[in-house]
Design a protein around this ligand. Structure first.
Ligand SMILES: [Zn+2]
Length: 147
């Protein structure tokens, strides 16, 4: 392929303190925009048990409540369901030779992680929503703590 056809990333480099589009933290950009994955057990929320609302690190949409967070042992923050299905988008992902379901922020399109069917039973949920494990990259989340 001629080099001219390669899609260039025109976003400016990340700048400290910037919150506007295109000024993302490099790791957040790599995961949320380029559908990367943070290294297991490296994320800031893997072992967090604080109460609060996990919001999209880019646009602030409410994504997951600490009430649904559980220790999956996988090395990534895991949730049994999103706080509002309207705030997320699910998309089939066939990359890496396996069929997975990608989880995105509906509002800004950020890649958040994947959802799997090996989650715990949560008696508070209706039958059709049991057993989900939303495996989400810490870097894509911002916890707003509350008591
Ligand atoms: Zn978002």
């Amino acid at each position: 392929m001629p080099e001219d056809n390669i899609k260039k990333d025109d976003l400016p480099p990340a700048r400290a303190g910037g919150a506007q589009a295109g000024e993302l933290d490099p790791e957040l950009h790599r995961v949320a925009r380029e559908k990367g994955t943070e290294a297991p057990f490296s994320g800031k929320y893997v072992n967090t048990h604080d109460k609060g609302m996990y919001k999209c690190a880019i646009c602030g949409a409410e994504l997951f409540s600490s009430d649904t967070k559980f220790d999956s042992g996988t090395g990534w923050p895991s949730f049994s369901e999103p706080v509002n299905l309207e705030n997320i988008e699910l998309r089939e992902d066939l990359s890496q030779g396996v069929r997975r379901t990608e989880v995105l922020c509906k509002k800004c399109g950020a890649h958040l992680g994947h959802v799997f069917d090996d989650g715990p039973e949560d008696r508070r949920l209706p039958a059709g929503r049991q057993g989900k494990r939303y495996c989400i990259n810490s870097v894509c989340l911002e916890l707003e703590k509350h008591d």
